[in-house]
Design a protein around this ligand. Structure first.
Ligand code: GDP
Ligand code: MG
Length: 158
């Protein structure tokens, strides 16, 4: 039961922090090291009454680490099979090739661009995001802000 929802993006943008915020507990490990989340972490939640089967995934990037490679393959598979994608970006850094490669994976699946780390100085190329996503929300997963906008956007895309 619930909408198959994948939290995806390149490493270190705050996917697992968002997962924990939405799950309301320390479901995923969060560190400042890229490659912390290796396997898919799942939880079913209610987002303002909407049941979501959330999957927090390994950051999409090229890696030499054989365990991480399997995690990245699984992430890609989840993104391809998702009913809803929460596409997470780091607002405090310029867009990277890994962000753009991830965006190209999304295709026609309903998606919300989640611009995270809104508590920091904004450096992201928002014009690119605007050209690719109809629904864009700004949040700070760390501070727990922006959840109302995220909920509203999820309601709209479903
Ligand atoms: P993931 O690799 O995408 O799962 O990213 P994590 O959730 O593990 O977070 C990576 C780093 O970014 C950690 O040091 C987090 O504390 C930090 N982080 C996550 N969300 C935010 C945020 O909204 N604001 C700030 N300033 N830092 C954040
Ligand atoms: Mg993670």
């Amino acid at each position: 039961e619930g909408v198959d929802t994948v939290i995806a993006g390149r490493p270190n943008v705050g996917k697992s922090t968002l997962m924990n915020l939405l799950a309301g507990c320390d479901r995923s490990i969060v560190t400042s090291y890229a490659g912390t989340t290796r396997d898919v972490v799942e939880d079913t939640i209610l987002l303002a009454g909407i049941p979501l089967r959330l999957a927090d995934t390994a950051g999409l990037h090229d890696t030499e680490d054989p365990v991480e490679q399997i995690g990245v393959l699984r992430s890609r598979g989840r993104v391809e099979a998702a009913q809803l994608i929460l596409a997470v970006f780091d607002s405090s850094e310029p867009l990277q090739d890994e962000d753009r490669q991830f965006v190209e994976l999304i295709g026609g699946t309903p998606a919300v661009a989640v611009i995270n780390k809104n508590d920091l100085e904004n450096k992201i190329d928002i014009l690119y995001i605007q050209s690719k996503f109809k629904h864009i929300v700004y949040i700070s997963a760390l501070q727990g802000s922006g959840l109302q906008q995220l909920t509203a956007a999820v309601r709209q895309v479903l």
